[in-house]
Design a protein around this ligand. Structure first.
Ligand code: NAD
Length: 416
């Protein structure tokens, strides 16, 4: 199937490559390429000016064979059912790669949170939660933060759900504030997972991260933590870009100082002790490792040839288009795919859900130790598959994931 320019089409293209190698049964193929549930809701909100606005929200439960659906909620003007469905499918494969007892889901509301007040955002979150309340729950579907949603949004979500069911239910969402059942280490978990998979990949490729050069696109939750932890391992993070600009220092950027600067100025742009870098220049830098940690569709056929890094670790979801990925693979660039590289976030979300259900909380060292074990295991399973079939890591990750979901689908059998 061609991608037809849609995000879900791109997911299908990736799925197909793996399903063909697996010689996947045609019935399973059909089942695994259709979302189980797509929910569309209208959320009327009284805005601060007294007028009523109606916002469209989505929740997609792509597959729940391995357990309850799991995946974030995005607030963005460009949210579409196509995008939410693709993201829900990627969550399905990501949870399966990390061997979590979860299926895949995702939600989104078409809105521009930068133009909404805190009260309006709270009203929208609560109304959206109420509209989907029968379909979510700790055993059904467990949302989390995504683009433009945060711990506060999760707190409102959890409170609204709890009011509807009549008791406090912490395990209905992850990414909550630690004070109300969130997990220590959750905030850093995705970046930590990126660091762990970068380290494992470098070891496999036979180069030392000590002194290796790294560039990072995006300096938000994922990019900044990955940069800080890679620098702690001795890597030289020489370049960082964000929505506004970029910075470069051949001797390595001072990441803690850059973080402080970004907190004050909302961007890395203008950071002293570094040269300014044009945002697109991030692709052509002569570095060992490139970490795209910003948005979808950043590495395209237009810039893939400029990339000199021998290792790309996808912190973001879907940062490389399928055609660009094919070019990189042909050139021998080792790509750690998103569904493996950024699985640290959902893995620690799983730990949060486990802790909430037990009502017993672990210290941060325990969380990080368990995350380390899960990520190392997932990386090894995907690498072993890539070597066995002589294929790239993305196709291998899909093979691992599809195999796990397909095996359980067959065991559970057909209902009807
Ligand atoms: P974030 O909003 O905290 O940070 C995004 C960063 O990207 C910001 O620094 C922003 O300035 C930068 N950016 C935006 N447009 C850019 C551009 N055109 N060029 C360069 N930089 C640009 O988001 P995040 O939570 O760090 O997520 C980043 C990516 O990682 C997304 O694709 C997200 O879906 C994915 N992801 C996040 C998590 C998580 O736990 N936060 C988990 C898995 C995957």
């Amino acid at each position: 199937m061609a991608s037809h320019g849609s995000v879900f089409g791109a997911m299908l293209q990736e799925f197909e490559g793996a399903a063909r190698i697996l010689n996947l049964d045609p019935g399973l193929w059909k089942m695994l390429t259709h979302p189980k549930r797509q929910i569309i809701v209208s959320c009327p909100i009284q805005m601060d000016n007294g007028e009523i606005e109606v916002f469209t929200g989505y929740r997609v439960q792509y597959n729940i064979t391995l357990g309850p659906a799991k995946g974030g909620i995005r607030f963005h003007p460009d949210v579409s059912l196509d995008e939410v469905t693709a993201l829900a499918a990627w969550m399905t494969w990501k949870c399966a790669v990390a061997q979590l007892p979860f299926g895949g889901g995702k939600g989104g509301i078409i809105c521009d949170p930068t133009r909404m007040s805190r009260r309006e955002l709270e009203a929208l979150t609560r109304r959206y939660t109420a509209e989907i309340v029968d379909l979510i729950g700790p055993e059904k579907d467990i949302p989390a933060p995504d683009v433009n949603t945060n711990e506060q949004v999760m707190a409102w979500f959890m409170d609204t759900y709890s009011m509807h069911v009549g008791h406090t239910s912490t395990a209905v969402v992850t990414g909550k504030p630690v004070e109300m059942g969130g997990s220590l280490g959750r905030r850093e978990a995705t970046g930590r997972g990126v660091m762990i998979t970068t380290r494992e990949a470098a070891r496999h490729l036979g180069f030392d991260l000590q002194g290796a050069t790294v560039s990072v696109q995006g300096f938000g939750n994922v990019g900044s933590v990955a940069a800080a932890l890679l620098a702690q391992l001795g890597a030289k993070v020489v370049a960082v870009t964000d929505w506004k600009g970029g910075v470069y220092n051949a001797a390595g950027l001072d990441i803690p100082a850059l973080l402080d600067y970004t907190q004050q100025h909302r961007s890395v742009d203008g950071f002293p002790h570094a040269e300014a870098l044009d945002r697109p220049a991030i692709f052509g830098l002569d570095v060992d490792v490139f970490v795209p940690a910003a948005l979808e569709n950043q590495i395209t056929v237009e810039n893939a040839d400029q990339i000199k890094a021998k290792l790309i670790v996808e912190g973001a979801n879907g940062p490389t288009t399928p055609d660009a990925h094919a070019l990189l693979h042909k050139r021998g660039v080792f790509v750690v795919p998103d569904i493996l590289a950024n699985a640290g976030g959902v893995t620690t979300s799983y730990f949060e859900w486990v802790q909430d259900r037990h009502g017993y909380f672990w210290n941060e060292a325990e969380v990080n130790e368990k995350l380390e074990a899960k990520m190392v295991q997932a990386f090894a399973a995907v690498l072993e598959t890539a070597e066995r079939y002589k294929i790239d890591m993305r196709t291998a990750a899909y093979i691992v994931a599809i195999n796990r979901v397909a095996t359980v689908t067959k065991m559970r059998g057909m209902y009807a």
